[in-house]
Structures are given as structure tokens and as C-alpha cells.
Design a protein around this ligand. Structure first.
Ligand SMILES: NC(=O)c1ccc[n+]([C@@H]2O[C@H](COP(=O)([O-])OP(=O)(O)OC[C@H]3O[C@@H](n4cnc5c(N)ncnc54)[C@H](OP(=O)(O)O)[C@@H]3O)[C@@H](O)[C@H]2O)c1
Length: 316
């Protein structure tokens, strides 16, 4: 389809990128087509995308030349990095810079960079409200993404800065869902206090991103924050009570306690939740639900997400 505008999607076999690939392919009568990037074109996930109709090509974020080849002739690029594969903000920043360089080299017309806040703008390193991690960061998996915005801005790439939200899929895969207590009741325990947490179905990130590509110039140079809803822990527990037909009780985990939990990302995630709590107003204001719905009319609420996924929530 040589007359179609190609959108190259990084992380096409993952949650964000995969959702964008499916969103593009679900609408064959629009001017876009998709090039799915993966490190392994033979994986089951890559082959699945091929079957759906995507062009699947090999590329690695650690290899700028592979990105230059993969971005050749594109109209758009969806860029995302994968902090949890290595947990090194510097590597995430160099991967973002490589994407920006390759997109510039390809003359891309529209880049969407999937970013998050550099929390150090509101909590400088000397500020003791959040412990400093790795000497330079407050929320390492946010800060490296936020700091990378400059890599796109400084070389004059036509970029939309997409601020994503907490995936509700974390309740399925990240052990953040309700758990059975000794007395048989279900407790939904997270360090949220009484504040709202913007959340979204991972699939809706891709659908919103496609909405941004379709509207094009309107969003270039802009931050666009997306969320399906902003909900407190109590509201999430109430929604789960309705969906599961079992009482779910919300329990706040103090940030200090969460920091000491026995898993490698505990400090990073504790700082993330505390940042979202302490800067609830700014964090929610940056993620407009109505705008997200205008980009993606099928945007799910948390109730809608639960209707689809409630049976997949591990309750043990
Ligand atoms: N969980 C949340 O609530 C949440 C919220 C907002 C933002 N985020 C951010 O979202 C990002 C992860 O996105 P995701 O959830 O879409 O990822 P994911 O579902 O975990 O998928 C991982 C993807 O990474 C690709 N990948 C990893 N290293 C690569 C490399 N060097 N070169 C090319 N591709 C590479 C993999 O592709 P192949 O294996 O096929 O090459 C795969 O598609 C993280 O940085 C996280 O901080 C998460």
C-alpha cells in the first residue's frame, strides 16, 4: 500500500505499541498503515502482528542504525522505552535519544513520545520529601522519560509528548489487585492515601495515540495526558466490590512501609505513588479524561475495564 502513510511502532509486541498496531489495523479505510518494530521478528507475538496485517521489521533501541533502517520512509513514529527490562534511566535516555535521532534522519512528520513527568522539577534532588535513588533520581522510571523530552525538542522534531497513566492491567500482572486476607475478605492495598490515581486500560493508550496521529498537526509540540478515570483507592475498591460481587476493602499502605517491601522496584514505586499523592492536583490536571475520550470514543471507565477483565484478576 505505497500511498498509505506508514506509522512505525516501537514496542509493537508490548502493551502500548501492540494496542496502537491493533488500533491502526482495525480501521483499514484510513490513510495509515503500520510498521511493527521488534527485536525478534520470529516470536509468536511478532508473527501474530504479521497475521493481523502489520509489516514486521527488526530493530533494537540500543542500535541507532537499526532504528534508522526501520524508520525509513515513515510518516509517523510511536516511541516508547522499556524501563523494567534493565532499570537504568541512563539507558532509557540513550534509547530515547536514538529514536529521536533516527526519526529526524527519516524526516518523520509526526512523532509521539510516550513519556512521564521528570519528578525532579517538583521535587528537586535536595528535597528530602522523596528519598533520592541512584544518586540522581526521585522516581527513576519517570525521570529518565521526562528528561528525554529534550532529546526530541532540541533537534526540532515534530513531537507530541504523551503522558500515560497507571495501567489497570497492573491489577492482573503486577500483583497490585485485591488479595484474600486470613479472614477470607478481599483487601486492595496500595500506597494511595485518599487521593485520586489516574488510570487507563493499556489498550486505550494505543487507541488514544492513534487518535493523536489522525488529528496530526493539532497536537505537535503539545503535551497530551490520557486517562480513563481518576479514582481514589476507595472508589476502585467499590467498583471491584460491584464487579466481583464480593466485598473489597481499600487499605492504604504507608509510603515508608511500601519502600521496605521485598521486591527490587519497591523504592522506585513507593516514590512514584507518593509523588502522585503529593502532587495529585497537578498529576490529574495533566491527564484529561474528556480529551482522552474525544481521541478515543471507546475509552473504558474502570467499571468498563472490570466488566472485561474481572475474571482474570488473581485473587490469591
Ligand atoms: N505499567 C504501568 O502502569 C505503566 C504506566 C505508564 C507507563 N509505563 C511504562 O511503559 C513502558 C513499557 O511499555 P509496555 O507496557 O508497552 O511494555 P511491555 O508490554 O512490557 O513490552 C515490552 C516491549 O519492549 C520491547 N523492547 C524491549 N527492549 C527493547 C529494545 N532494546 N529494542 C526494541 N524493543 C524493545 C519488546 O519488544 P520485543 O521483545 O518484541 O523486541 C516489547 O514489545 C515502561 O517504560 C513503563 O515505565 C508503564
Amino acid at each position: 500500500m505505497p500511498d498509505k502513510k506508514i506509522i512505525a511502532v516501537v514496542g509493537a509486541t508490548g502493551q502500548q505499541g501492540g494496542a496502537l498496531v491493533r488500533a491502526i489495523l482495525a480501521e483499514p479505510y484510513q490513510p495509515f498503515t503500520v510498521r511493527a518494530l521488534t527485536r525478534n521478528v520470529n516470536s509468536d507475538a511478532a508473527q501474530e502482528l504479521k497475521k493481523l496485517g502489520a509489516e514486521v521489521v527488526s530493530a533494537d533501541l540500543d542500535n541507532v542504525n537499526s532504528l534508522k533502517l526501520a524508520f525509513h520512509g515513515v510518516y509517523g513514529v510511536y516511541g516508547v522505552t522499556f524501563y523494567w527490562e534493565h532499570c537504568m534511566p541512563e539507558r532509557e535516555m540513550s534509547q530515547a535519544a536514538a529514536m529521536a535521532q533516527a526519526a529526524k534522519n527519516a524526516g518523520a512528520t509526526h512523532v509521539i513520545w510516550s513519556t512521564l513527568e521528570d519528578t525532579r522539577k517538583l521535587v528537586p534532588i535536595r528535597d528530602t520529601r522523596l528519598p533520592t535513588i541512584m544518586e540522581k533520581y526521585k522516581v527513576p522510571h519517570f525521570d529518565g522519560k521526562g528528561a528525554s523530552n529534550d532529546a526530541f525538542r532540541q533537534i526540532g522534531l515534530p513531537t507530541t509528548y504523551l503522558l500515560t497513566s497507571f495501567y489497570w492491567e497492573n491489577l492482573l500482572y503486577m500483583q497490585m489487585g485485591p488479595k484474600k486476607q486470613a479472614d477470607g475478605t478481599l483487601a486492595f492495598a496500595l500506597p494511595l492515601g485518599e487521593k485520586r490515581l489516574p488510570g487507563i486500560a493499556a489498550e486505550d493508550i494505543g487507541k488514544c495515540a492513534f487518535g493523536i496521529f489522525k488529528r496530526g498537526a493539532q497536537f505537535i509540540g503539545k503535551n497530551v495526558g490520557i486517562a480513563g478515570e481518576h479514582l481514589t483507592g476507595m472508589q476502585m475498591a467499590a467498583a471491584m466490590t460491584r464487579a466481583l460481587r464480593q466485598k473489597v476493602v481499600y487499605k492504604h499502605i504507608p509510603f515508608e512501609e511500601y519502600r521496605t517491601l521485598d521486591f527490587p522496584a519497591a523504592q522506585d514505586l513507593a516514590n512514584q505513588f507518593q509523588f502522585q499523592h503529593d502532587f495529585e492536583v497537578e498529576f490529574c490536571a495533566a491527564r484529561n479524561v474528556e480529551q482522552s475520550r474525544s481521541l478515543n470514543p471507546s475509552l473504558l471507565s474502570f467499571d468498563g475495564w472490570l466488566l472485561k477483565y474481572k475474571n482474570s484478576i488473581p485473587l490469591t
